[in-house]
Ligand binder design. Structure first.
Ligand code: PLP
Length: 380
């Protein structure tokens, strides 16, 4: 028999959420192009909001995907044999040091679920990727946010925070960091890892490593069993829509992560596409060169417009919107850009009210951004 009670009174006693989850704001994604078209009727949309690869992905990916289309009724290989072999060769690690994920977000989540309980703490930096603080809340754990230094990680203060919080289980470090684009030196990072107890996992999130190959910290894995490196195919490899990421760690950590992950967390198409994408390093080189060239161009334009920015080592840049013009701040500029079909990212959630994060696009998109920005700022 159907209940006659209202939905609300039915739901309330059935929602035994932790207070920390009730306090959690959902992750804000970049506005999808389709949504802007629907809401504002703008058809010619430029999206510079989610650090995607504006030149797409390797052409080899299409062939690899096509080859899988006749097999869609079959489960994927739950162990991702071929992709893991390719990743092991590429990163010079053993296959049993690899965990695959449904995007790197999946791996960050698996790490938190594997190691962090309600009485534990997660340490991360102010302005570091927002997901780290969300994971602490999801686990009902303590989130220890360490004040940033010149918008980047203050590793000395983070080391102190670990010493002060003996219940720390994971330190998350994004290198380069999103949204600030800042990067850490090898030496200081090594010193940091050496300074924390070996029972604390140091997770190096290298989502943007292809744009800054010199910040690759793969070597730390050989020296420290508590280091985990998380990477993704969503950014330079151009496969954000497919959701594939991986973690490199000690065998012992990988063994735990592989127990927690869902058995088929990467799809058949994702596995094949990622292997094809990894094999095409010429595409990555082309992507990096295009990004470098366009980044330099954008920096010049921001200088010319009198807008401050933080030097970025990734495929996006954080730009300061000065509150000189009456009523003009980042939220106003964001909205004005949106109405003219240019999607960028607001950073309110980081407390960066006067800043916007702008992904580097192809030349045409960047010109459109700058022209639109100039006309908004100068009221043309
Ligand atoms: C620093 C960082 N880590 C992880 C991710 C998650 O990416 P994905 O789940 O697509 O691999 C992102 C995405 O924006 C990111 O910026």
């Amino acid at each position: 028999m159907q209940s006659t009670q209202s939905t609300e009174s039915n739901l309330l006693p059935l929602v035994p959420a932790y207070d920390s989850i009730l306090a959690l704001a959902p992750y804000q994604t970049g506005k999808p192009i389709e949504e802007l078209t629907r809401e504002y009727g703008v058809s010619d949309v430029v999206k510079l909001a989610s650090n995607e690869n504006p030149i797409g992905c390797s052409p080899h990916v299409t062939l690899a995907i096509t080859e899988q289309l006749g097999q869609l009724s079959r489960y994927p290989d739950g162990n991702g044999y071929y992709l893991k072999q390719a990743l092991a060769d590429f990163n010079d690690v053993n296959v049993d040091q690899i965990t695959l994920g449904n995007g790197s977000d999946d791996l960050l989540d698996i790490l938190a679920r594997s190691f962090v309980g309600a009485d534990d703490a997660i340490v991360y930096s102010q302005y570091a990727f927002i997901v780290y603080s969300m994971l602490a809340k999801m686990q009902g754990a303590m989130d220890v946010e360490v004040p940033a230094q010149r918008f980047g990680h203050d590793l000395k203060a983070m080391s102190q925070a670990v010493q002060d919080n003996l219940n720390t289980k994971i330190v998350f470090i994004a290198n380069p960091n999103n949204p600030t684009g800042t990067q850490l030196e090898h030496g200081e990072l090594r010193e940091f890892v050496a300074s924390v107890p070996s029972s604390v996992l140091v997770v190096l999130d290298e989502a943007y490593i292809e744009y800054s190959p010199e910040s690759n910290n793969r070597a730390l894995l050989d020296e420290f069993d508590n280091v985990v490196i998380v990477r993704t195919f969503s950014k330079a490899y151009g496969l954000a829509g497919l959701r594939v990421g991986y973690a490199l760690s000690s065998v012992a950590v990988a063994d735990l992560l592989n127990r927690i992950r869902q058995p088929f967390n990467v799809s058949r198409i994702g596995l094949a596409a990622a292997a094809a994408a990894l094999a095409d390093q010429d595409f990555i080189e082309k992507t990096r060169l295009m990004n470098d060239e366009q980044m330099r161009w954008l920096e010049k334009q921001f200088d010319a417009l009198g807008l401050g920015f933080i030097k970025s080592h990734a495929n996006f840049i954080m730009v300061e919107i000065e509150v000189e013009m009456e009523d003009t701040n980042a939220a106003v500029i964001y909205q004005a850009l949106l109405e003219q079909g240019v999607i960028v990212r607001q950073l309110e959630v980081y407390g960066l009210h006067n800043w916007l994060r702008i992904s580097v696009g192809v030349a045409e998109d960047n010109m459109r951004l700058i022209d639109t920005l100039r006309s908004i700022l100068t009221d043309d």
